[in-house]
Write a protein that binds this ligand. Structure first.
Ligand code: ADP
Length: 869
């Protein structure tokens, strides 16, 4: 037999499938059954049991009501969807009534405490039909709402670019269909399956038409894109069923085409550490990321815009020139930038404030925050007007004095201002009059009864009363009615007092009502200026971001890149004194060594593929990434870390860097490496930039070299591929490719060796590296001495085995190199000295005819150590 409480719980739970139900029982939110297990696991709270009746026992886990918010935050960040069910009647006889008062899901959060200010928070919806995908996404906290239609093969990259906090999909969607190449990227945040009714294309279309109150979707650019429309409509339907008031903020929809942007998949974003994490929005930004290095914005609006620019670099030359012009204009106006920054520091998150105001979630302090932001916006506008700023800065900043005035008229701090409503003023007067009345009553009653200590007072439980101390009780008049006895006194009331009490209570109630309705009116009035305020927020974001980028350009020495659109042609790339934007900031000022890059595949002897050989730690990966980051920054509309840059508009940047992370993605590292390389070879075009770092490293040397070489040849020879390529390798054999592949050129990172120590100069120079310094790196990495010594022995053996000619001299007459070798005291040698000796011996042994660089097999691959990855 179950209890009524259990039945009530089950009934509410049934109405909210898929949500964790936090069920208020007194001072705790309790969860039961599977929810309790999840809570115990993910919040680390104790799992116990609760008895509902004699033999009905269930798992229980709970959190105190007062710490709800912090627990919600954790649950949402872990991708859970939560319903908060409160007690809505006071405990008395029988069962307390309970209702779900809040539904919070990762993609529909509105609470400032649960959102990251500088990150958009997207709810996305993906519909699949055949090979076509409809993908829509919305940030209900800001009102951004977009939709697109794409091919299966692009879907995953686009999804990862968006990085939704919550993804809606059709029931039973097979994710492996999105990942035909077993390129199993981490899943996006929380995945929610929607019902068939919500995923129905025509119902979805109708929902869109109804929501926007239109007859055609022409204006939104998706009239003839059924999957686009379907995905956007399904997202609306889902919101309508779960959080109808979230729809209020979605006032417009825009369609876009994913192939109009530079494509960056999750792999590339991660390898280049653009946001510094593999999880898109789901994980925190790492300290050392591109965005952390260049984000000098003053507002969360600008911060979010920067992330959007970086996630979606453009292919549109005029648009990019516009961004670059804006930055350039601000770059030459240092004092203006300082003033703008001062004003912008006062601008709060206008987009999200507006969203909360429209949904009636905002408290008066937030409305005041909006007012403060509007005043700051007026200052921004005034400064810009003063400097005769171009129209694209000024136009969105329409003056909002009317709204500032309105808010000032209605609100005084957190309350409705005196003088705003006649009725409210009268009621408030009555209340203060009421207090006066009590003071007078006290005086009057003291006189009438002659009790000097008589008090008229109030408490929450008993209301108003007249208190008389025990010794004075005999003086109490006959019209006093007894209310309560205390140890030292008695409390009374009179009819007059009773009347007054109900008058006060009524006034209070009416005041609260009136204040709420006046406040609501104000919010509605503000909400009706939604469009103007959204434009203003967009304008402020743009100004903030451009002046932050200009500030960064001035501070870090970035320049405006020159962009060239070569459409289908092979396009070149020239970077003069380029730098890595993140590494440069991690090193002491002036320590980063800038390097040039020149790729010009169209010239007769020009470089399409830079083959970069160098010892480990020389700076290969830094150099590769720096080139890609410069291109990405340029196409995001930013200035770049170089003294000059002439860059093509790239369609895509591919990276295959490092061995890290593969094991967490469920591949053997070599398999993962090959899958990714194959992916690149299938998709790269002459307009792509490809970075390959140490491919083939995950397998035996002979295989590795062969694969690396075949990949290199393919990139060079295949007419559809022919991408601009930076190819870093430690396989010296590959340098020979430059002899027969005209557009492959060798480069190396220079190293200086003196006193047995290797010094990295980090300079990129033409020509192949002479040799690798594996043992040196091992030593630097703190390998135990016995291991280093043994490695040296092995190196020696290996080389002797390889080098000693089969017909060794039988006579007692040993060649000089062999004698020298036998004379070596290995125990006394430092590793580097040994390496040097070895090198010389080898040269002698080979004789003058054969002074080729050492074979790669002789290098100790497992000893290679990488830093900072
Ligand atoms: P590799 O890929 O050749 O093993 P990395 O690119 O990882 O080497 O660079 C190793 C370290 O050298 C980096 O962590 C960085 O501190 C330093 N470094 C790399 N390039 C430069 C440079 N251009 N100027 C100064 N220091 C650099």
């Amino acid at each position: 037999m179950s209890t009524p409480l259990r039945s009530q719980y089950l009934e509410i739970k049934r109405r909210h499938p898929g949500l964790i139900l936090l069920f208020q029982v007194g001072d705790f939110y309790e969860t039961f059954d599977e929810d309790a297990r999840v809570l115990a696991r993910d919040l680390g709270v104790t799992l116990t049991r609760k008895w509902f009746g004699k033999d009905d026992v269930h798992p229980l886990a709970g959190v105190p009501v007062r710490s709800l918010e912090s627990h919600l935050q954790k649950l949402i960040q872990m991708g859970h969807r939560v319903a908060v069910c409160d007690q809505v009647t006071l405990p008395g006889k029988g069962l307390v009534e309970r209702e779900v008062v809040r539904i919070i899901t990762p993609g529909t959060v509105m609470e400032p405490g649960l959102l990251r200010g500088r990150e958009s928070n997207y709810l996305a919806c993906l519909l699949l039909s055949g090979r076509a995908i409809g993908l829509s996404y919305a940030d209900v906290s800001t009102g951004e709402f977009r939709t697109t239609e794409l091919d299966l093969s692009q879907a995953l990259a686009e999804l990862h670019r968006i990085g939704p906090a919550e993804l809606l999909v059709q029931k039973g969607l097979d994710f492996s269909r999105l990942e035909p190449t077993a390129l199993s990227q981490p899943r996006p945040g929380a995945v929610t399956e929607i019902s068939e009714a919500q995923a129905d294309l025509s119902a979805a279309r109708q929902a869109l038409l109804d929501h926007f109150g239109v007859l055609s979707l022409q204006a939104y650019g998706c009239e003839n894109l059924p999957l686009s429309t379907g995905a956007a409509g399904a997202l609306l339907l889902y919101l309508r069923d779960t959080q109808p008031d979230a729809l209020l903020n979605l006032t417009s929809l825009s369609s876009y085409q994913a192939d109009r942007f530079l494509l960056l998949d999750q792999q590339t974003l991660g390898d280049l550490e653009v946001f510094g994490s593999w999880q898109g929005n789901a994980g925190p930004e790492r300290h050392t990321s591109l965005v952390a290095a260049i984000d000098l914005t003053a507002t969360t609006l600008g911060g979010r815009l920067l992330r959007r620019w970086l996630r979606q670099p453009l292919l549109d030359l005029p648009e990019l020139r516009g961004r670059h012009d804006a930055i350039e204009w601000l770059l030459s106006r240092e004092p203006l930038r300082a003033r703008l920054r001062q004003s912008l520091n006062e601008v709060l998150d206008v987009e999200r404030l507006l969203g909360r105001i429209r949904r009636r979630l905002a408290v008066p302090a937030e409305v005041q925050g909006l007012s403060q932001s509007l005043r700051a916006a007026a200052e921004v506008r005034a400064s810009l007007v003063h400097h005769a700023a171009p129209a694209f800065f000024l136009d969105p900043l329409s003056p909002c004095d009317d709204l500032i005035g309105l808010i000032g008229q209605v609100l005084d701090q957190a309350a409705i201002r005196a003088g705003h409503s006649r009725e409210l003023d009268q009621l408030r007067d009555a209340l203060t009059g009421g207090r006066r009345f009590l003071a007078e009553l006290e005086k009057r009653e003291r006189q009438r009864t002659g009790i000097r200590s008589l008090k008229v007072s109030f408490n929450k439980v008993y209301g108003y009363y007249i208190e008389v101390t025990k010794p004075n009780l005999r003086l109490v008049p006959g019209d006093y009615l007894r209310k309560q006895s205390l140890a030292h006194a008695e409390r009374f009331f009179t009819l007059e007092l009773k009347e007054h009490e109900s008058f006060i209570a009524n006034a209070r109630e009416r005041i609260a009502e009136l204040e709420a309705s006046l406040y609501q009116q104000l919010c509605e009035q503000i909400g009706s200026h939604h469009e103007r305020l959204c434009r203003l927020a967009g304008g402020l974001a743009y100004i903030d971001l451009c002046s932050a980028l200009a500030e960064g350009a001035a501070r870090f020495g970035y320049v405006r890149p020159e962009l060239v659109d070569c459409e289908h042609d092979l396009s070149g790339l020239t970077i003069t004194a380029g730098r890595h934007p993140i590494v440069e900031q991690l090193l002491p000022a002036g320590r980063f060594v800038p390097n040039d890059t020149v790729l010009c595949p169209q010239a007769p002897d020009g470089t399409q593929i830079m083959l970069l050989t160098a010892p480990n730690m020389a700076g290969k990966s830094v150099y590769l990434r720096q080139v890609a980051l410069i291109c990405l920054l340029a196409q995001a509309g930013c200035f770049v870390p170089a003294t000059a840059a002439r860059l093509p508009l790239l369609d895509r940047i591919f990276t295959r860097i490092g061995l890290a992370d593969h094991t967490t993605r469920g591949h053997s590292s070599f398999m993962g490496e090959m899958v990714e390389t194959a992916h690149i070879l299938h998709h790269a075009t002459p307009r792509s930039l490809v970075l390959l770092d140490e491919i083939g490293r995950g397998t035996a040397t002979a295989d590795g070299v062969s694969i690396a070489r075949a990949v290199l040849e393919y990139l060079h020879n295949h007419p559809r591929v022919r991408a601009l390529t930076l190819f870093a390798t430690h396989y010296h054999e590959l340098t020979a490719c430059a002899d027969y592949l005209p557009r492959v050129h060798n480069f190396h990172l220079s190293v200086r060796e003196h006193d047995g120590r290797v010094e990295y100069l980090h300079q990129v120079k033409p020509g192949a590296a002479e040799r690798s310094f594996g043992l040196h790196v091992a030593q630097l990495a703190g390998m135990p001495r016995p291991v280093l010594r043994r490695a040296q022995e092995l190196l020696l053996e290996h080389q002797s085995a390889a080098q000693i000619p089969p017909a060794a001299p039988v006579s007692g007459l040993k060649p000089p190199w062999l004698r020298a070798l036998l004379d070596l005291d290995i125990n006394e040698l430092s590793p580097v000295a040994a390496l040097t000796q070895l090198y010389q011996l080898q040269q002698q042994a080979r004789g003058p005819a054969e002074a080729a660089p050492a074979e790669p097999e002789h290098r100790l691959l497992p000893l290679q150590v990488k830093e900072g990855k």
